[in-house]
Structure formats: C-alpha cells, structure tokens
Write a protein that binds this ligand. Structure first.
Ligand SMILES: Nc1ncnc2c1ncn2[C@@H]1O[C@H](COP(=O)(O)OP(=O)(O)OP(=O)(O)O)[C@@H](O)[C@H]1O
Length: 281
C-alpha cells in the first residue's frame, strides 16, 4: 500500500488537496484502488487535540486504519494534520515494513490564510485557541529526514492538482514507479573490532540516553528524540527510569560489541533498539 501522507496547518486545504490527488490517481492509475484515511472518515472529533490521551488514541485509530488497507498495490492517502514528526516516522516505518513506496505532501498555506479560511467555514471550524495551539505545536516537515521524503510542498496559490501539472507528475513517479528503499542494515559487519569502535559505541549511546533523560526532565515523555536525519526515538507516555535506560544501553552495547555497526549508524541502530523495547516502533 503506497502511502501518501498529507500534512499542514489546520484548515490549510488538506482535504481539498487530498481529493484532487485521489481524482488525479484515479485517472492516471485506474487499476489501483485508493483509500482515504482522515479524521472525517474515522469520525475523529477536533476536540481530541485538546487532550494528550485522546489524541494518542486517535493516532492509534489512524494507524490501524492504515494497516487495514495493507496491500502492495492499493494507495492510501492519509489526510490529517500529521504534525508530529514521530507520527510521520511511524507511518513511514509502516510503508517500509510493507516494502512499499511513500511520499509526503505538505500543504504550505500561510497561517493568516488558514485563519481566514477557518473563519469562513460554516460547519465545524477550529476553535481559535485550539487552532493557535496546533499551529504552535506543528513540526514542519524537512526532506532531510527519511520520513519526510520525498517531500512535495504545495503553495496555497497553486491551481488544483491535475495529472499533467505541478507536483502530480513527480508524485506519481515516486508512488508508482520508484524503487522501494531496502530496509536499514543497522548491523553492517566489518572485519575487526577496534578500540575506537568500542569507544564510539559507548559514547554515542550515552549521548542518546542523556538526551532522553534531559527531555524527560522537561516533561517530554511521549515525545520524539531525533538522533539523526534517518532515525528517532519515540518515548513512551510514561517516563523511562535512568536505571532502565542504562540497562537497555548496556544490553545494546553488549550485543553490538562483537558484530560491528557502521560508525554512522550507531545512534540509528540504538534508536531502533529502544523503540522495539519501548513498544513504540
Ligand atoms: N485553494 C483554496 N482557495 C480558497 N479556499 C480554499 C482553498 N482550499 C481550501 N479552501 C477552503 O478552506 C476550508 C478548509 O478546506 P479543507 O477542508 O480542504 O482544509 P483542511 O486543511 O482539510 O481542514 P481541517 O484542518 O479542518 O481538516 C474550506 O472551506 C475550503 O473551501
């Protein structure tokens, strides 16, 4: 199930663009089934964004709906705020696990325009305070991150998406024809284990643990710690104790002392290991 993830501020025109994308794919790839997953299709009320627990449940609901459409051929368009990079990372991992293609469409409408559109919506606009809070919380996509790439940014003044213009031709290419990236080889074997390697393994994993501890002290449980352009640690909603983090770190170091990880991949491999252990991957 190739995934097209749509992201943008509240009332930026995401649903409008999602429908344009679906219409263009229907015309250009009539053999593919398209599925729209959105807050509307899942009956998720805007008020969930006022409560961290409810929001988390809504995200779980979106994830399971994406998984329901598992198939190599069908295309899933995920229309929503998708403003947390950790959540985009999770959806990206789903595409990777399915060995299928993935792309992000950022509906780049300026805040003032979204506000104006929101004020003229007759049915179910965003409350002003929630709108502002979500704009503040919004984590802009960055195509340097694997989970935000390839990234297609749509200026709001762009005309409707049609098969032969704008972002559609390259988007079509990324979804239908692109080669699927191979899974990460976290453990690339190297011939000999040097003392430099042991030092790096220790130092880089300590560094990740320190960043997690610092973030948790600032009340960051449940948030994401980006450790490289490719990887992030997704923290559970409950704080993880320093003792537990150090125990996991020691396990990881022990496991990887012998089979040597490429130096540039240590933090990424450790992030994957932690996510597996936290159950947040
Ligand atoms: N390009 C556009 N020009 C003018 N108005 C637009 C444009 N795109 C969307 N709108 C208007 O903005 C409002 C919101 O559009 P839409 O539902 O597509 O946004 P959304 O980002 O999906 O909103 P939400 O965050 O509530 O899900 C609608 O009233 C729509 O008519």
């Amino acid at each position: 199930m190739p995934i097209i993830l749509i992201t943008g501020y509240p009332c930026s025109g995401k649903t409008t663009r999602a429908h344009e994308i679906i219409a263009a794919f229907t015309e250009m790839a009539p053999d593919r089934k398209l599925h729209l997953v959105s807050e509307d299709t899942l009956d998720i009320d805007k008020s969930v964004y006022r409560d961290a627990k409810q929001e988390k449940m809504a995200r779980a609901n979106i994830m399971s709906s994406i998984k329901r459409y598992l198939s190599r051929e069908d295309i899933v368009v995920v229309d929503g705020l998708n403003y947390i990079k950790g959540f985009r990372y999770q959806i990206f991992c789903e595409a990777k696990a399915e060995k299928t293609t993935y792309a992000v469409v950022h509906v780049g409408t300026p805040v003032e325009v979204c506000q104006a559109w929101n004020e003229s919506v007759d049915k179910n606009p965003w409350d002003k305070d929630l709108f502002e809070a979500l704009v503040f919380r919004y984590e802009e996509p960055n195509d340097m991150n694997r989970w935000d790439s390839p990234l297609y940014t749509l200026p709001y003044s762009d005309p409707a998406i049609t098969p032969n213009q704008g972002i559609f031709p390259p988007l079509f290419e990324s979804i239908i024809h692109a080669k699927v990236k191979p899974p990460n080889f976290a453990t690339i074997l190297k011939p000999a284990v040097s003392t430099d390697y042991i030092y790096e393994l220790d130092k880089q994993t300590q560094d990740v643990v320190k960043r997690i501890v610092d973030l948790q002290q600032e009340g960051g449980a449940g948030q994401t710690v980006v450790v490289s352009n490719d990887d992030a640690v997704m923290l559970p909603v409950e704080n993880v104790s320093i003792a537990q983090l150090q125990r996991l770190r020691r396990n990881f170091v022990a496991l990887n002392k012998v089979r040597q990880i490429d130096g540039g991949r240590i933090k990424g491999a450790f992030a994957e290991f932690l996510n597996r252990n936290f159950g947040t991957e």
